[in-house]
Design a protein. Sequence first.
Lengths: 129, 305
Amino acid sequence: MATTHVELVTPQRNLFSGEAEMVTCRTEGGDIAFLADHMPYLGVLEPCVVRIIAEGGGETRMAAHGGFVEVHHNRVTILADVAEPGDDIDLARAQRAREEAERAVAAGNDPEAEAALRRAQARVEAAGG
Amino acid sequence: MASGRERILRRRIKSVQSTKKITRAMELIAASRIVRAQQAIAAARPYVTQMRKVVADLGHDPEGQRHPLFRQPEETRRAAIVAITADRGLAGAYNSSVIRTTERLIREYESAGVDVMLVTTGKKAQSYFRYRGRAAESFIGFSERPAFGDAREVAAVVMRAFEEGEVDTVNLVYTRFLSLGSQQVTTRQLIPLLREDIESGTEDDAAEDSGGTIVYEFEPDPEEIVEKLLPSWVEAELLVALLEGAASEQAARQRAMKAATDNANDLLETLTREANNARQAEITQEISEIVGGANALAGASATSE
């Protein structure tokens, strides 16, 4: 199957660079998947899980907390402000953080808390929870 | 017993030796920090390269091009200058070169009737310009280990000034880290984006882009995306400048401290020679005094007989 080149970079480090069959992530318009030869696209990334499906089905998950995604010339470039590989995330801690964020959101209409909840949710999902 | 001259020389030798210990230690510390600073540049480079590519692609999109960041001002009435220096001295000409270049740029602007808004990073530029009574927005405390957050704070100040129309252009004065042996003070226009910045980002795609425009699907709408993307680009560019400055600072410090250590070695050699010379002269003098005394005694006893 045709593949597309994927780069996931943050100012701290280069997290992923290679070929993939499919990449999914979430932009302001909702979840989106990119296959090979997607049309030129530029979107604002929401805190979400980036799933990179390699040829043959291997999946890499990463939590990305905002940034941009660009598709151009069969290349998907994800520029994340902050991102971490799912394998590096401590699931139990991420779940505790999510519960805390849920309580904070329930307690009041705080946009900051809602953003924190979205980030916590992305981390839990990336860690496989 | 050491004479006055020899004692003075020995004392100087001690003091030069202890100075040498300090400069040598600073040289080694700087050398180890260069490696870390270079790693930080290497780690940030993919992000910045990709960011440049995206912005370059955007520069080819008809919607993107409309953003003020891409538009050259018809006339410049107020310009911002961001000068990147270190928090600490003892780094050779590192700080003074940046400050001198900044001063020259300020003079150029002001003689052309352009007001200058100054933004500085590093204590050295802060104290220099404060002493001369020039108002500047200063950031300090991160010159050796700049993080993305620091670049963000600086970017926020210049972006606000640009968006509110306080300045028409933003220039960056920083030291490029070309290699261990070569760093160069560079002045570069950051905002608005220069055409060549846009072109250089797409170099490798040039053949495919012969048409010059790409039409994107935007999500959300183009204006909002450009609004968010371009500030991130400014942050990325500032991050690189800060990181390169940090590496250059350490390289300059290492070189300065190596020169100081070498100089201390030369000085020690000369001083040791002088001290030995003084000691020898003293011994010679003592011997000739003894011989002279003995001869005088011998002469005296000979005549008395």
